[in-house]
Design a binder for this molecule. Structure first.
Ligand SMILES: NC(=O)C1=CN([C@@H]2O[C@H](COP(=O)(O)OP(=O)(O)OC[C@H]3O[C@@H](n4cnc5c(N)ncnc54)[C@H](OP(=O)(O)O)[C@@H]3O)[C@@H](O)[C@H]2O)[C@@H](O)CC1
Ligand SMILES: Nc1ncnc2c1ncn2[C@@H]1O[C@H](COP(=O)(O)OP(=O)(O)O)[C@@H](O)[C@H]1O
Ligand SMILES: [Mg+2]
Length: 278
């Protein structure tokens, strides 16, 4: 299993072309955040904006509208039960579904709407509750460019492998049965692309706090939106999430998701400058 390196991150995060506009950096839709877990959708959307996503929208429970607007005025909002959701989905480069979505009937309906509307060339990041829903309802998967981001219990639900038995070999075999890329999150997350496997060498228990995984989804979405859907973009996003947390943890006991999000543009500027100097 190959370790992701800082060099790879510098290769991915390039200075922006002068003649460019927001449409060049990805249209991203975050679908999630029920009445109880609105924070998860806000963190995912914030990470997408601060990691450079060009245009970020959020489909969420209407109750989250004011909080999201107040916290993240850069994001647009649509209630996730709005009849226009299917139309909006079609204009997206990257869709994240699951952070704070919950697993009730409304959540299942929203997930079905996304599965029906998604097109093969769109990136679909499946996280949190959406993984649990796919696993428990044995849902048929649409054609799309999938990225799965389970934590160990979500991976147990999806793969059937008990947490204690989640060895790299077992994980790789189960990941190969799913379309796209699978990121099995842990203190040393493993990333399985259709042909290769990688491990994230950075990160620490300072990240062990609710919302860290929600934040990762937004970073992956922004990286795929800006740097294209390729393995390097996904790997660089995983590394960046943890590397930024490590910088914060050097003088903070916990690296809260909101702190990681704030620090993303600074870290990315350093990586882009390093890549320009190569
Ligand atoms: N601010 C917000 O709005 C936030 C909203 N969130 C949203 O909440 C939704 C539910 O997500 P979830 O992860 O909290 O619940 P679930 O999928 O049931 O997993 C928990 C179960 O698995 C077990 N477990 C064992 N190993 C584990 C591991 N390595 N990592 C994690 N769990 C592990 C664990 O065992 P226990 O800790 O109880 O021993 C427990 O039994 C989802 O949509 C998410 O996006 C959160 O992001 C938080 C911030
Ligand atoms: N001890 C740890 N060391 C390194 N990374 C960690 C550690 N604990 C958690 N993380 C990271 O934090 C994230 C947790 O994701 P997840 O459990 O889905 O969080 P949430 O759903 O609360 O947002 C993952 O990216 C994981 O790799
Ligand atoms: Mg999670």
């Amino acid at each position: 299993m190959q370790l992701i390196s800082a060099t790879l991150v510098q290769q991915v995060i390039q200075p922006r072309p002068t003649a460019s506009y927001k449409g060049n950096y990805g249209r991203i839709l975050i679908v999630g955040g029920n009445a109880r877990f609105g924070g998860a959708a806000i963190l995912s959307a914030s990470a997408a904006v601060y990691a450079g996503g060009g245009l970020v929208s959020v489909a969420t429970d209407a109750v989250n509208r004011d909080a999201l607007h107040a916290r993240l005025p850069e994001a647009m909002i649509i209630p996730y039960d709005d009849a226009n959701l299917a139309d909006l989905l079609q204009s997206m480069t990257v869709i994240v579904i699951g952070p704070g979505l919950g697993t009730d009937e409304t959540a299942l309906k929203v997930l079905n709407t996304v599965f029906e509307a998604v097109a093969p060339e769109q990136t679909l990041i499946i996280d949190g509750s959406a993984i649990t829903l796919v696993a428990t309802h044995h849902m048929r998967l649409p054609k799309a460019r999938f990225i799965w981001t389970p934590h160990q219990m979500e991976w147990q639900r999806l793969s059937g492998i008990a947490i204690a038995a989640q060895t790299p070999a077992a994980n790789q075999a189960a990941a190969a049965k799913l379309p796209g890329t699978v990121i099995v999150k842990s203190h040393r997350s493993e990333i399985f692309t259709p042909t290769r496997s990688y491990q994230n060498p950075v990160g620490s228990p300072a990240m062990a706090t609710g919302g860290s995984g929600d934040t990762l989804t937004g970073i992956i979405a922004a990286f795929v939106g800006q740097f294209g859907h390729r393995d390097a973009s996904i790997l660089a996003a995983v590394y960046t999430h943890s590397a930024v947390a490590d910088l914060i943890a050097s003088d903070h006991y916990v690296a809260l998701p909101s702190m990681v999000i704030q620090a993303l543009p600074g870290y990315m500027a350093k990586m882009a400058a390093a890549s320009a100097n190569d």
